[in-house]
Design a protein around this ligand. Sequence first.
Ligand code: 2AM
Ligand code: MG
Ligand code: MG
Length: 282
Amino acid sequence: MDDVLQNIMDHAVAVAREAGQVVREALCDEKQRDVMTKSSTVDLVTQTDQRVEHLIIQSVKKKFPTHRFIGEESVAAGEACVLTDDPTWIIDPIDGTTNFVHSFPFVAVSIGFSVDKKIQFGVVYSCLEDKMFTARRVKEHSVTENHLMLFSSISDVRRSIIATEFGSNRETETVEKIFSSLRNILNIPVHGVRGAGTAAVNMCLVASGCVEAYYEVGVHVWDVAAGSVIVEEAGGVLMDVEGGPVDLMSRRIVAANNGTVAHIVKEIDAFSPTRDDAPPTQ
Ligand SMILES: Nc1ncnc2c1ncn2[C@@H]1O[C@H](CO)[C@@H](O)[C@H]1OP(=O)(O)O
Ligand SMILES: [Mg+2]
Ligand SMILES: [Mg+2]
């Protein structure tokens, strides 16, 4: 299986690069950044998201016809979001669509590959920075082609930078919880709070030692599948926002450089959005 997996991963890296090129070109063409909305007026999608997802899926299907897919835009179009034991590509064609629409320079193609419901490798291509992050579940980490991994050894959270996002849910109760967590984190006090506008890049920032932790409630499995292996293989830890084991379908995640910094979970005002794998409501 080893060489087979490497072959699949090589294809993921190649197709992520190809997708990134499409995204970069689209950024220069206003028409390709025309906005449509999904779950809320600030949950954005463009024809480029759809085009890039199509490109990735068609390319994979040609080479690996039996593989399955969970793609952000396919799920938005009504496909089921169910992880089986089968080989499954979990794709976010543009992570950071809001950034893409506004030319804010962090936009990623995120591809995770799962077998037996476990993510085997992750590929995150931060395509405007031209940084490729890859990791395969082997426990000897293999992250990034073109820059050095500088994993953070900080264990005092008061010396940390924490990444998070505000998400696309603007219901009063949700916004209150987001701000309550943020207030608690700032009051620790931490050195700073940041957010790149893409969950995948935030997780790569943890893996690279640029921030000590990232947490968010409201992410989807395609935002974090690839990043989860990249963080773990870099030596980091994943956790649920209430401290238990992470569940990639639960829409809640903490990724940290170590278990001590992961204690920020004490400060998070947790809530439970509808799971990604919840059966559709009639
Ligand atoms: N208005 C918004 N602000 C930030 N993230 C948003 C958002 N709307 C959707 N998201 C998605 O939520 C994720 C976690 O914050 C982001 O990576 C982003 O993924 P997307 O661009 O693929 O939709
Ligand atoms: Mg996303
Ligand atoms: Mg996306």
